[in-house]
Design a protein around this ligand. Structure first.
Ligand code: GDG
Length: 737
């Protein structure tokens, strides 16, 4: 039984639907595997070792008695599949609702179709939770989980929270929209955070990847470095993997259908007759979906026949539209519109012996699909938006004589790798008409040259290769992860620190404030200490033989206001002021006349970079860009650095690049100098330094070799160990009290 299998290292595939169809007829139950692209692509991954597939069976749980439901589950398990029980209400709200009325239209740029319903969002969360519950029952240490598509965007994080060591991959099969579209989404933060639970995020194209990264930068304000994201204690990789098809399967089927020995189907004979009459077939196949541009294609075909009337009675558009999501109102509307258009245009052009459009609204068996592919001289695949589009690739794979022309919309992900097709903008009827004419008149030699190129690529990068490449990358991110967080604070080190603290008699705790004891706020003045922090610091301060020092780049006034009535030692302005025994002492005498010449420069940067501002401290000027557009800020920081570099050297100033801030201050002062001063003032047998910023590196450098040094965050550091965030710092300090 699968449940009992505990051996290591299996891959769990997760998608909304399981790759099978369950049919229940009276008392008979049947399970047939599905043949979709995803199912074939993952076949080998699924078959390997103890691999399992988790998803919905297609039957709502309330339609089955408990007994029958158990039987269905058992039957499904024989196929190495585990079903997630979903109710009718779940399907309506999570699948038809949130997935198909909010995410699907928005991600395909159909904003006018997008409905944001709170109740459906709740259902989406609820169902993602149901998935994680089922997965956890089968997940062992060392397993890999590969989550698919837009119905499960929250799942990676849900798994990561419960099982942080699991390696998780996520692949999105539909486009990821540009930031300008995505930002309208009410739950945009939750969606992004959900996805970021994965260690590797895959998209069909670089454009989708780039849009995703842009939203991560702007909405979550995370640091993105090329295609990696630093998030908490993890490095997440984002990459594009254009999905392929099972090339050999389609190619072989076509060879088989073309061979003389095979008996021709009715459909095949009808299509062939047509060709024999010297008419050419133009094929289109899609799910009946508004993203596929079906009405637009019919209208463009009308435009073509009007523009080039010589093609009347010479061509026929064979249009297969497969019923899809017919419970969603927009799909019903689309169906009506398509029916009407086909009727109107056939009525307009038909003659006794010719109807221009053959329209099928149904799904066909695989063999019929192959017949359509091999008998059509032109494939007209013109979606308005499409993540990839596998039909275009399948058409190419079946052209065993290398003839035929593919007309493909630029808006399909597939167009990025199918340059030898005739690429068109589906909104331009002119483009449509001319490309169709070009296709119908293209010399055979040219058809063959183009087709061979297309076939070569599709054969090489087929769906199995796609799945393997994704999983290999996922494996690499895991190895990468292990090296990046090599300095992650270990339990042993922490234990040693705590023990030492309790035993030693002359203890010094040097703690940075922002980013170490409290998280960052958009406005620095909002990062006030909270009650819990005060209690924690007070308790530490009251410990015998302990000197507690808060050491910060903040100005003395702010620290006076926040901590003036406390007896902690304070160091402000990066080390200019020292507060000891309730008295402020100036450690350095610094000039500030340079500010007059530097401030106007910063002001011009503020004017040209919205959402940035200057903070004037006693001895330094800081330009903050935390909430600015990250791309613009990146350009401006480079500019500012160039401008300032020439000015600072003469004034004995230095430029500090902090966390989303550039600070200009005297070179004579830094946190390290204060640390050495404190260490000479008094002797200590226990020193712990904790800080998050670049400026805290000076402290790590000056601390004695035997000191405990801890960096908050996982950027490069001289500290011995690293810790995730202020919450973790507080947990550590709690242990000292
Ligand atoms: C989503 C994304 C992305 C179609 N009619 C019949 C039939 N089909 C098969 C085709 C093809 C598949 O269905 C359709 O795949 P597409 O890729 O074209 O489109 P979506 O269903 O919208 O898929 C899309 C894809 O995910 C993969 O990531 O490419 O962009 O929207 O394989 O052959 N199969 C049979 N009878 C039919 O009547 N047997």
């Amino acid at each position: 039984m699968l449940q009992q299998i505990t051996s290591m290292n299996k891959t769990i595939i997760v998608s909304n639907r399981l790759p099978l169809q369950v049919s229940i007829n009276k008392n008979k139950m049947g399970v047939t595997p599905s043949v979709g692209g995803l199912a074939t692509g993952m076949k080998s991954v699924h078959a390997e070792g103890n691999g399992i597939w988790v998803g919905w069976s297609g039957i709502p749980e309330d339609e089955l008695s408990l007994e029958l439901s158990k039987k269905v589950d058992a039957k499904i398990r024989e196929e190495k599949c585990i079903s997630v029980a979903l109710s009718q209400q779940d399907i309506e709200e999570y699948y038809e609702g949130f997935s198909n009325r909010a995410l699907w239209p928005l991600f395909h740029y159909f904003m006018e179709y997008t409905e944001f319903e709170q109740q459906e969002w709740e259902a989406y969360k609820r169902v993602n939770e149901k998935f994680v519950e089922t997965i956890l029952k089968h997940l062992n240490d060392g397993d890999t989980v590969w989550v698919h598509d837009y119905q499960l965007l929250l799942l990676p994080q849900l798994i990561k929270e419960k099982k942080p060591e699991t390696t998780i991959g996520f692949f999105l099969h539909i486009p990821f929209p540009s930031y300008e579209i995505f930002r309208t989404f009410p739950w945009r933060k939750e969606i992004l955070s959900g996805m970021l639970g994965a260690d590797l995020l895959g998209f069909h194209t670089y454009d989708y990847e780039r849009h995703f990264l842009s939203s991560v930068k702007r909405i979550l304000r995370l640091d993105v470095n090329f295609n990696t994201i630093s998030h908490q204690d993890r490095i997440i990789t984002v990459d594009s993997f254009p999905m392929g098809i099972d090339y050999d399967k389609f190619h072989k089927a076509a060879l088989d259908h073309n061979s003389q020995s095979k008996e021709k189907s009715e459909l095949h004979k009808r299509l062939e007759e047509h060709t024999l009459e010297g008419k050419k077939l133009i094929l289109s196949i899609d799910r009946m979906d508004y993203t596929k541009g079906i009405p637009n294609r019919i209208k463009a075909f009308e435009y073509f026949l009007d523009k080039f009337p010589e093609y009347k009675e010479k061509v026929r558009l064979v249009m297969l539209a497969v019923p899809s999501r017919s419970n969603v109102p927009q799909y019903q509307k689309l169906k009506r519109e398509t029916d009407e258009l086909v009727g109107r245009i056939n009525g307009k052009f038909a003659t006794v012996s010719w109807t221009p459009i053959w329209y099928f609204y149904r799904s066909l068996p695989f063999d019929d699909l192959i017949d359509l592919y091999i008998t059509s001289e032109v494939a007209l695949i013109t979606p308005i938006r499409d993540g990839m589009n596998l039909v275009a690739k399948e058409y190419v794979a079946t052209r065993t004589k290398h003839d035929g022309v593919l007309i493909l919309s630029e808006m399909a992900g597939a167009s990025q790798e199918m340059n030898e097709a005739l690429l068109i903008n589906p909104s331009s009827f002119e483009d449509f008409a001319h490309s169709l004419k070009q296709a119908l008149t293209m010399p055979l030699k040219e058809q063959q040259t183009r087709m061979k190129f297309l076939q070569k690529r599709l054969k090489r990068y087929d769906v199995e290769k796609w799945a393997t490449e994704f999983l290999n990358s996922l494996k690499q991110t895991k190895q990468h992860k292990d090296t990046v967080i090599a300095k992650k604070l270990t339990r042993e080190y922490e234990q040693q620190l705590v023990n030492d603290f309790h035993q030693k008699k002359k203890k010094l705790l040097l703690l940075d404030y922002d980013g170490t004891l409290v998280g960052f706020k958009d406005n620095p003045q909002d990062a006030e200490p909270d009650k819990i922090l005060f209690t924690l610091l007070d308790t530490l301060q009251e410990k015998e033989d302990t000197t507690l020092v808060l050491i910060s780049g903040r100005d003395k006034e702010t620290f006076q206001k926040w901590f003036g009535d406390k007896s902690y030692t304070l160091v402000t302005d990066h080390g200019v002021w020292l507060y000891q025994d309730k008295e402020w002492i100036a450690l350095e005498r610094l000039k500030t006349d340079w500010m007059e010449s530097i401030r106007p420069i910063l002001e011009t940067f503020v004017d040209r970079t919205p959402a940035t501002f200057i903070e004037t401290k006693n001895y330094s000027l800081a330009w903050h860009y935390r909430t600015a557009d990250p791309e613009l800020a990146k350009i401006r920081t480079i500019e500012l650095n160039t401008v300032l570099t020439s000015m600072v050297s003469n004034n004995n100033l230095s430029i500090l690049k902090g966390n989303k801030v550039i600070e200009i201050k005297s070179s004579n002062v830094n946190k390290g100098r204060v640390v050495s001063r404190l260490l000479t003032q008094k002797s200590y047998d226990f020193v712990t330094v904790i800080g998050d910023d670049w400026t805290d590196e000076y402290m790590f450098e000056e601390a004695p070799e035997w000191a405990y040094t801890i960096k908050v965050g996982f950027a490069k550091t001289k500290a011995k160990y690293q810790i995730k965030d202020p919450t973790k710092v507080r947990e550590l300090l709690e242990k000292l009290t």
